[in-house]
Write a protein that binds this ligand. Structure first.
Ligand SMILES: NC(=O)c1ccc[n+]([C@@H]2O[C@H](COP(=O)([O-])OP(=O)(O)OC[C@H]3O[C@@H](n4cnc5c(N)ncnc54)[C@H](O)[C@@H]3O)[C@@H](O)[C@H]2O)c1
Length: 324
């Protein structure tokens, strides 16, 4: 079995995935052993008061280093990033945060002999030339967004640290992540989360991609499970490191609206594609994740129906408490 992680730093911990990952890691490894770090706070008291929180800007290497030293960190889950839609608005910022930030994390990990680093990638590494159904594990990667460019470079940089310095860097290509705790941070698949909030709050949603747009998605419990399972996997079984394809479910925006209507029959949805449609059109529809299945026994649990049931139930309860 791999050496157990003891003291963990989560960068970008206030974000959509970081906030729920931090909670899950605190449950497993002890609240005081998991340091949440971000440049902003999260409105959830659970994250802010559930264990240590530090202001860490990942573009400032000394801030990462200070947290690693202060808390005797041995593992970093590096979730800080600029996502696809915001990246297209601010490409220079996307490069700085996604590339300089990752390099800083890897350098601090190398210099302080850390045990392991998690560096997430994305289906954004694929481009219009990728076979879309399903996207293979190792096609030529020619993305058309700056976000995708940073994710391809990030995978390669992680692999370089594995082979050149023996640092244990691991990562998956997340599909669009759907969740009920923290809102997404400016990606192309945000519609698949926003639609639930608008359906419950207003009974209507204007979706920014076409009704027939099919993208790979995953429900947050599967995302957290995949992240923790890979980081706890026996490293001797891994032939891939930073670029595992990961599949959950695939559906069109229209099918998602239809599934929500089974719970909320009066819900209406119109489709008005904006610039994000171009990004969506450059990504595959489904993913071949056989490498993850073979090397660390990955299996997704949620499909469109079970995810929708759970999202509606959780968000309805939040709405009743006035916390949506
Ligand atoms: N959510 C998805 O659907 C999805 C899909 C594919 C890949 N990913 C990847 O997963 C990771 C986490 O994504 P997320 O959805 O939680 O993103 P998010 O936008 O919700 O959160 C990112 C966090 O990073 C923080 N951040 C931004 N700049 C920073 C800086 N300079 N220093 C420190 N923190 C900074 C933000 O404040 C934010 O809290 C990212 O690497 C992202 O590319 C996410």
């Amino acid at each position: 079995m791999p050496e157990r992680m003891q003291r963990i730093l989560v960068t970008g911990a206030a974000g959509q995935i970081g906030s729920e990952l931090t909670a899950a890691l605190r449950e497993r490894y002890g609240a005081q052993n998991v340091v949440a770090a971000d440049i902003r706070e999260n409105r959830s008291a659970k994250l802010m008061e559930g264990g240590p929180f530090e202001h860490v800007d990942v573009t400032q290497r000394e801030q990462i280093e200070a947290a690693v030293i202060e808390y005797r960190v041995d593992t970093i889950f590096h979730m800080a990033a600029i996502l696809s839609a915001v990246g297209e608005e601010k490409p220079q910022l996307a490069w700085r945060v996604n590339m300089t930030g990752l390099l800083n994390v890897l350098e601090v990990a190398r210099e302080h002999n850390l045990l392991r680093v998690f560096s997430p990638s994305s289906i954004a590494v694929f481009g219009p030339e990728t076979p879309p159904d399903p996207a293979p594990q190792a096609p030529p990667l020619r993305p058309t967004t700056i976000y995708g460019v940073t994710k391809v470079a990030g995978e390669l940089l992680g692999e370089y640290y594995v082979h050149r310095f023996g640092l244990d860097v691991r990562g998956v290509r997340y599909p669009g992540i759907i969740s009920s705790e923290t809102l997404p941070g400016g990606g192309t698949t945000d519609y698949a989360v926003e639609i639930f909030y608008k359906a419950l709050q207003e009974g209507h949603y204007t979706c920014f991609v076409r009704e027939d747009t099919v993208l790979p998605m995953m429900y947050m419990p599967d995302c957290i499970k995949a992240t923790m399972d890979l980081m706890e996997a026996d490293g001797t079984r891994l032939t891939h490191h930073c670029d595992f394809n990961l599949a959950g479910m695939s559906f069109s925006a229209g099918e998602l609206a239809e599934e929500i209507r089974k719970h909320l029959p009066d819900f209406t949805c119109e489709f008005k594609p904006d610039k994000r449609q171009d990004i969506a059109d450059s990504w595959p529809h489904s993913i071949d994740d056989s490498a993850a299945r073979e090397e660390w026994d990955w299996r997704a649990s949620y499909d469109l129906r079970s995810m929708t049931d759970d999202m509606i139930s959780r968000l309805s309860k939040k709405l009743e408490r006035g916390k949506l």
